[in-house]
Design a protein around this ligand. Structure first.
Ligand code: AMP
Length: 399
């Protein structure tokens, strides 16, 4: 299966609808605090403009739940695109209303129109066919560049694709890159291939872990999820995060790893704290010695050394999920040290998931990674081996 490629479309001088992911974080005054998602859409937008297209942009922002809510207006996004593109960007007053449709119809080559927040329409998240049809009616071509929502069957992501044939729709550059890195590298990695899996719970990443096991050589577990595995192995984990209902499943994962010859690593020491708080009393302990009532909130230095050793010969690293409660400085050292090590390595390094992306940015090593996936939920579903609804309809059989 191959993704329909924007470069194969004959779109010069035509009208193009680009579904973007402009769901950017904003502060309480409505200022965009991180415009990475807007910047990452620029290559596709510029490609279309360079080909003389008229460009209709569409995105959701937050969760207005089908209502027009002023604080979720895309006005700040329109201003930022204008600033970045150095070109006029008109913001429609609605999504598929009179204003949007008439502006889209009048749009000329080189002009850019941004529709209002797609989720002002309650049909968007219901994959409403009428909404898809009206959105599709605005352009000759459809481009999906919104990886972050491609795991959702929404009107502007899935439904709309049925109104365009294979010569009139494609993945944008960002979507292409995401699928390329996460999909293809996982299918065909340069070995040894290690997956570092962390974060809060086993439940959130269980499917991904099961799907990855037959593909990787090593799995390194960190974060809260480690304690379910440790408990299954008989350790006394104190008050650490645990999912008792997943103990059996955790056991099966470890057995499967052994069967497949996959090296499965768990922390050997942790930073344990009396309570879940930045000012808690804490100490370094081996996983055999977590005091009663204390909780492990970060991996310890022995684990960091072990994981560095284990990672030293790998050629491909996939990292999803922090090693500890990285939001609190006290419990961020394990994640930071692993991040620096991964960043310095010569391996192909792929970081997925919102928290992990956030943590590598915080310590400024994001540029050192080969690829950082922009979509949290979508990247996890790809790791789970699922075909994303928004991507499925942009695939063609290879000859
Ligand atoms: P996830 O969304 O599953 O990737 O989990 C990310 C969250 O896991 C972050 O907010 C971390 O603070 C949290 N986390 C990581 N390690 C631990 C831990 N040992 N105990 C509790 N929460 C943790």
């Amino acid at each position: 299966m191959e993704l329909l490629n924007i470069k194969n479309l004959d779109l010069a001088g035509k009208k193009v609808f680009i579904r973007c992911d402009f769901n950017v974080p904003m502060d309480e005054f409505g200022n965009i605090s991180d415009d990475r998602r807007i910047r990452s859409a620029l290559s596709t937008i510029n490609y279309c403009l360079d080909h003389g297209c008229a460009v209709v942009l569409a995105s959701h922002l937050g969760r207005p739940d089908g209502q027009v809510v002023a604080k979720y207006s895309l006005l700040p996004v329109a201003r930022r695109i204008h600033h970045l593109l150095k070109r006029e960007v008109a913001l429609a007053q609605d999504v598929i209303g009179e204003d949007a449709l008439s502006r889209a119809a009048a749009l000329k080559s080189g002009e850019v129109l941004l529709l209002e927040n797609l989720r002002y329409e309650e049909g968007e998240t219901k994959n409403d066919a009428e909404l898809s049809r009206k959105l599709a009616s605005m352009a000759d071509f459809y481009i999906n560049d919104a990886f972050g929502v491609s795991h959702r069957a929404h009107s502007s992501v899935e439904g709309i694709t049925h109104y365009f044939d294979n010569k009139h729709k494609a993945a944008g550059f960002l979507l292409q890159k995401e699928i390329e890195f996460l999909g293809k590298i996982i299918q065909n990695p340069v070995r040894p291939f290690a997956a570092i899996i962390g974060g809060s719970k086993v439940s959130g990443k269980l499917e991904a872990l099961i799907n990855l096991l037959p593909r990787v050589d090593k799995v390194l577990i960190g974060g809260g999820m480690a304690f379910t595995f440790l408990k299954k192995l008989g350790y006394d984990i104190g008050a650490s995060l645990v999912e008792d209902d997943l103990l059996e499943e955790a056991g099966r994962v470890m057995q499967e790893a052994t069967k497949l010859g996959v090296k499965f690593y768990l922390p050997v020491d942790v930073v344990a704290a009396e309570k879940f708080s930045e000012d808690a009393i804490s100490k370094l302990v081996s996983v055999q010695e977590i005091p009663e009532g204390w909780m492990g909130l970060d991996i310890g230095p022995a684990t960091v050394r072990l994981y560095r050793e284990v990672l030293s010969d790998v050629q491909t690293v996939l990292w999803n999920g922090p090693m500890g409660v990285y939001e609190m400085d006290r419990f961020a050292r394990g994640s930071n040290k692993i991040a620096n090590f991964v960043a310095d390595s010569y391996a192909t390094t792929i970081v997925g998931g919102g928290d992990t992306a956030d943590l590598v940015q915080r310590i400024g090593v994001d540029d050192e990674m080969t690829f950082i996936s922009t979509g949290g939920g979508a990247s996890l579903e790809l790791l789970e081996g699922k075909i994303l609804p928004g991507v499925a309809s942009l695939m063609i059989e290879e000859d």
